[in-house]
Write a protein that binds this ligand. Sequence first.
Ligand SMILES: C[S@@+](CC[C@H](N)C(=O)[O-])C[C@H]1O[C@@H](n2cnc3c(N)ncnc32)[C@H](O)[C@@H]1O
Length: 202
Amino acid sequence: MSSGQYFADDPSVGSDPRPVEIALPDVAFTLTADRGVFSADHLDAGTKFLLLEAPPLTSADAMVLDLGCGWGPIACVAAARAPQAAVWAVDVNERARHLTELNAAAIGAAEQIRVATPESVPADVRFDRILSNPPIRIGKHALHDLMQCWLPRLTPNGCAHLVVQKHLGSDSLASWLRNNGYDVDRIKSRAGFRILEVRPEG
Ligand SMILES: C[S@@+](CC[C@H](N)C(=O)[O-])C[C@H]1O[C@@H](n2cnc3c(N)ncnc32)[C@H](O)[C@@H]1O
């Protein structure tokens, strides 16, 4: 893996922070992105689709995980929409974590958003909701390992909403998840993006 890829830890490309407008019907703020992280100068179309179309967070969503947070758009919007929730934002990319911390502070959610490396999330933490634009480009095996690592941390009534492009394998990921003990519904589909709703079976 080249160290310049967005999913590499500690990206070596030079830093060049830039503002990104988040303009959703219910949430608007300006966050900061940077080179060396995913979608370095705009809100990714798949992420926007997830933020617009995933079922709303409710008061039952006390613990929320943004898996692969990048510069933190999902974590920040989740925190704004669910002030009661503790939002964990996890990424292997150090610059991404730094940006998410910066963005959490910028929207007044520094206490609410817990930015962490994957290893530093305590093993007993469970999530009512996982929201993710997962890192498909890490490859199928690594993606499956990632799912095997985090989906078992859903609470019994919890669920994950994953946005995946059809041409990047949303259907094969859905099949793999079903074969590995999860209920999976494709709840939204538009412009090549799918939102998968994933629940522990039964
Ligand atoms: C498609 S990007 C989404 C970023 C951000 N959530 C967004 O929507 O703009 C996927 C993210 O997953 C991160 N990632 C890759 N491998 C990971 C792993 N094993 N654990 C956690 N995050 C990972 C990448 O660094 C990247 O920031």
